[in-house]
Design a protein. Structure first.
Length: 361
């Protein structure tokens, strides 16, 4: 059997045309089905479309919600002013210039219990702002103690005014009012001034560089040198000339009120004043180092003693002494004027003469 291309074309020419047409119809129908399926698939997600590459779903139409309108303004209600209307809408008035919003004032600080108790009937101690210095210096609830008011309304001036914590200022006022006023009364006078040697000062202990912060740096200490009385007398707390009994009474009073008391004998930094503070220690431990020294021994005066009243005047005494000296000198002159015996003259009653010898002086 022989096969050739012309024979094939002549034999299968009709069938070839039909098959080509059928293929074109089949392709057109398939394309129509695919487009229809794709349009329908837009409403549904593809089952294997994990990463969302498919066509997104169309959003459903959203029905508009009905918002209730405000009720109409009643007729008896007052009319709003023209100036308030723009502010209500949040728009500034064109005629009135806009002002910057003022900062809200800081909230008022609540007073402490000590500040409430330290009234003007006890002390003149106005409050001052808190101090926050370097190295933890300063403190809160501070006052400037200017004077202490006694029960009889008289004032004891603190010179100079002391910057202290309220608790320390209250303790100083109670000490003066309760203990020092009776002591001054026993001496027959009243207290007028309190000598403040040092109060608040940002420094280390004993003013040593690098030392631990002193209680003075925390406004929790006061150094006192003396208390001045109205009669001119002064109660020097470290004065040896003052009565020992008075100084011991002051010692017992301060050691019972303050947690730290340093005076003579503690160290050489506190030989001329008394240090008082309210340091909080474990188990309420207190320090009281103050030696009440005895008076110094009396030293003999270097000047000569005073001339007694019964002694004669200096001119008369000088004349008598001069006369005595002149008579003595005259007697010496007369004695020296007598002639001396010859050396080789023999003594009376002796027949032999002795050789002259030189007299030693």
């Amino acid at each position: 059997m022989s096969f050739s291309l012309p024979d094939f074309r002549r034999k299968w020419s009709c069938r070839g045309n039909m098959s080509a047409r059928a293929a074109m119809v089949t392709a057109a129908l398939g394309l129509t089905l695919v487009l229809a399926d794709r349009a329908e698939a837009r409403n549904y997600a593809a089952p294997l479309d994990i990463f969302g590459f498919g066509t997104p779903r169309p959003r459903r139409s959203v029905h508009s919600a009905k918002i209730p309108l405000p009720k109409p303004r009643p007729a008896e209600a007052p009319k709003a002013t023209d100036e308030a209307a723009p502010e209500a809408d949040g728009k500034p008035s064109p005629d009135k210039p806009t002002k910057p919003a003022e900062a809200a004032p800081p909230p008022e600080k609540q007073l402490s219990a000590c500040r409430i108790a330290l009234t003007e009937e006890i002390a003149v101690a106005p409050s001052i702002p808190d101090i926050h210095g370097p190295g933890a210096c300063g403190g809160e609830d501070l006052v400037r103690l200017e004077a202490i008011v006694l029960p009889d309304r008289r004032k004891v001036a603190v010179k100079p005014a002391a910057i202290l914590r309220c608790t320390m200022a209250s303790a100083i006022a109670d000490w003066v009012r309760a203990d020092m006023v009776p002591l001054a009364a026993s001496l027959g006078s009243t207290i007028t001034d309190l000598d403040n040697f040092d109060s608040f000062e940002c420094r280390g202990r004993n003013r040593i560089v690098g030392a631990m912060l002193s209680e003075h740096g925390k406004a929790n200490a006061l150094d006192v040198r003396s208390l001045k009385l109205a009669n001119g007398q002064s109660i020097g707390l470290t004065d040896r000339a003052l009565s020992r009994d008075v100084r011991e009474r002051v010692l017992h009073s301060v050691c019972s009120r303050f947690s730290t008391v340093l005076g003579p004998g503690s160290d050489w930094y506190h030989e001329d004043h008394i240090h008082l503070d309210l340091t909080q220690r474990r188990n309420d431990y207190r320090i009281c180092q103050w030696n009440v020294w005895d008076p110094l021994p009396q030293v003999a005066p270097q000047l000569p003693a005073e001339r007694p009243e019964e002694a004669p005047p200096r001119e008369v005494a000088a004349t008598k002494d001069g006369a005595k000296d002149g008579a003595k000198d005259e007697a010496d002159d007369q004695e020296s004027a007598k002639p001396a015996a010859p050396p080789d003259k023999p003594a009376a009653g002796s027949g032999k003469s002795k050789p002259a010898t030189k007299k030693r002086r």
